[in-house]
Design a protein around this ligand. Structure first.
Ligand code: SF4
Length: 421
């Protein structure tokens, strides 16, 4: 059980879009950002709705131009999730987005730092009780306008202690920016401090969590394609969350944002930070013992479970019965593959032995039947563990005993109780 850091809480949303609480012991929310143009209203609505159906708790949209904030007036009534406006370069976009009915604003201190302009945004948010995320980002943290200051900061960035200098700049800029908010007695604040460097992300959030009690939005900036971005994101985010730091999360990939939602939720599930929705799939990595196309089977099972199973049923897809039973321990439904066949178990009881081409269909049938029994109160999730002792199933699958006998070319083998002769 992870002990979460105590923070203030911000609340956003409304009846139509749902209420999301960030910090103060609320479940860690998962957010993402649309990849399309906000002004392309129908596509933007479709993308937001897809992300909402995928489990996003809040969705951020970019509003670089007036046509984007104008579009928000039509988008917001058509979606069912709180919308965050990401304001990068012009404070006027923030005021327009607030007027359009957005639920939260993100400001980047690197890009909007005129005190009067920030004050205007704060006052507009205060009037509507909207929170603001102060999003410090490594990519835009170095001073741009003041040449002397820029040279000094860049000198630090290009020194041997880049990590330490960037960390110091991030924290200092954040403290300076927060002063404007404190002067206005505004505390509906969420903070982020993103970098492409996972170690800097860890240190930055730790430093911030020690200084402020505002809820934290975790993320790695420019994490790259999903194939490598997963590791880059999950290492720091997993570390911080396991340490109790982090109240909302955005994983960012150069890919369809639905993957950000899926991986963000999976991170919450495996850390026990949120109760799982839908089935949990475990599968063996396969090895030289495999005798079915387990990679294809696992992907097919994953898709079908996502479509058809509502409950957090634990399903195991195992390549054989040699190590499979131990690895599948605790699964509600398990399949152990053998010589072009699969044996299916439901809570420790063998229910089928089918050829490879029938495994997917039968496994899904068993999962759905088990789900129905759980919903009728006739079975309980995780009640009986898989408990299968070889060599009997090996013989039944035709992959063990007979094979060994053939290889031994008639050598007498000791009879193992329960095995096939
Ligand atoms: S379950 Fe069997 S096939 Fe899969 S990795 Fe383990 S030993 Fe290999």
């Amino acid at each position: 059980m992870i002990q979460r850091r105590k923070t203030r809480q911000v609340v956003l949303g409304d009846q139509q879009h749902g209420i999301v609480r960030i910090g103060g012991g609320a479940p860690v929310s998962v957010q993402t950002m649309t990849a399309g143009y906000t002004y392309d209203i129908d596509r933007c609505v479709a993308e937001i709705n897809k992300l909402t159906a995928g489990g996003a708790d809040l969705v951020r949209v970019a509003v670089p131009e007036k046509k984007d904030t104008d579009a928000l007036k039509e988008i917001i009534p058509q979606v069912k999730v709180p919308i965050v406006a990401d304001v990068h370069f012009h404070f006027q976009r923030a005021l327009e987005a607030i007027e359009a009915g957005v639920h939260k604003i993100r400001l980047n201190p690197g890009n909007i730092n005129d005190r009067d302009q920030v004050r205007d945004v704060i006052q507009a948010c205060k009037a509507r009780k909207l929170p603001i995320r102060i999003g410090v980002n490594e990519g835009s943290i170095v001073e741009r306008r003041d040449k002397q200051k820029r040279l000094k900061e860049l000198g630090g960035v290009f020194s041997d202690n880049k990590h330490g200098h960037l960390l110091a700049i991030m924290v200092a800029k954040l403290e300076e920016y927060l002063e404007i908010f404190h002067e206005q007695d505004f505390h509906d604040i969420v903070i982020s401090a993103k970098s492409i460097d996972p170690l800097l992300v860890i240190d930055a959030y730790k430093a911030i969590s020690e200084r402020f009690d505002y809820p934290l939005h975790l993320g790695v900036t420019h994490a790259g394609p999903k194939e490598t971005g997963t590791i880059r994101s999950v290492v720091p985010l997993g570390h911080l969350l396991a340490s109790g730091i982090g109240d909302t999360v955005r994983i960012s990939y150069a890919n369809d944002p639905i993957y950000e939602v899926q991986d963000g939720l999976e991170l919450m599930y495996i850390l026990g930070l949120r109760p799982r929705k839908g089935a949990e799939l475990i599968a063996c990595p396969t090895c030289g013992r495999i005798q079915v196309d387990l990679f294809t089977l696992t992907q097919d099972v994953r898709k079908k479970l996502a479509e058809e199973i509502r409950l957090p049923i634990k399903v195991a897809v195992m390549g054989c019965v040699v190590n499979g039973p131990g690895e599948a321990e605790g699964a509600d439904v398990a399949i152990f593959a053998g010589d072009r066949r699969g044996i299916i178990y439901v809570q420790g009881e063998k229910v089928a032995n089918v050829p490879e081409e029938q495994i997917l269909e039968r496994l899904l049938e068993e999962c759905k039947a088990f789900q129905d029994r759980v919903e009728r109160g006739q079975a309980k999730l995780g009640e009986k563990k898989v408990d299968i002792l070889p060599p009997d199933p090996i013989g039944e699958l035709g992959s063990g005993w007979e094979k060994v006998q053939r290889q031994k070319k008639g050598t007498a083998l000791p009879v193992v109780p329960g095995s096939r002769p």
